[in-house]
Design a protein around this ligand. Structure first.
Ligand SMILES: C[S@@+](CC[C@H](N)C(=O)[O-])C[C@H]1O[C@@H](n2cnc3c(N)ncnc32)[C@H](O)[C@@H]1O
Length: 185
């Protein structure tokens, strides 16, 4: 089982950078459908990818058709769109024989209407109030991928870890921890 976040023609490098970081932290493959609104060596994207997501597997596709042609037989593809009336939480993402693909639209115009109509039963909505037009792209990606991962039991992810500077350790607040070596006058 592999999870994929697929971005259709993303425009804002910071969003793609954030998503790349999320992909690295969750062992998710990032598929980018061109054209992109930025260069892959954009400094914001690079900072996010290199500082935090150097391990992320990025696959680039010339266009939507080219991306669809790469889908394996076991692909379960979902289109993430506010226009759906089915919630993203109402789907089972736990079939280990499947590869899950979550396709998100571009920041300004979302997903193409024809594509959404073609896969009408595959559109999923993140519930939201009527006070906004849509959620931010990178937040939407995080919301959906973490529901899939939660259902899958967070595969190959550490649910706990012990750090050297563990804030929950008993001696974290030991006297002197915050004392600075100020110069003596
Ligand atoms: C900023 S939104 C795009 C808004 C665009 N005006 C539209 O018509 O979809 C960017 C992407 O985030 C995702 N998104 C944002 N809010 C969503 C919601 N409430 N439900 C599902 N997806 C959402 C979708 O994939 C969307 O294409």
């Amino acid at each position: 089982m592999t999870n994929h976040i697929v971005l259709f023609e993303p425009e804002i490098p910071d969003n793609t950078g954030n998503i790349a970081r999320t992909c690295a932290g969750t062992n998710t493959v990032l598929d980018l459908i061109e054209p992109l609104g930025f260069h892959l060596d954009d400094k914001h994207l690079k900072r996010a990818v290199l500082d935090y997501g150097g391990e992320v597997e990025i696959r680039r596709h010339d266009d939507l058709r080219a991306f669809l042609a790469t889908l394996p037989d076991n692909a379960e593809m979902y289109l993430i769109s506010k226009f759906s009336s089915k919630a993203y939480t109402d789907v089972d993402y736990t079939d280990e024989s499947k590869d899950y693909y979550f396709v998100f639209g571009r920041e300004t115009t979302g997903l193409p209407e024809t594509f959404m109509r073609q896969y009408a039963d595959r559109n999923l909505r993140i519930p939201m109030s009527d006070k906004i037009r849509a959620f931010n792209l990178s937040n939407s990606a995080a919301i959906v991928i973490f529901e899939a991962l939660r259902q899958q039991g967070f595969p190959h992810m550490e649910k706990s870890h012990h750090y050297e500077n563990d804030k929950l350790k008993d001696d974290y607040n030991r006297p002197g921890r915050y004392q600075r070596n100020l110069p003596k006058h």
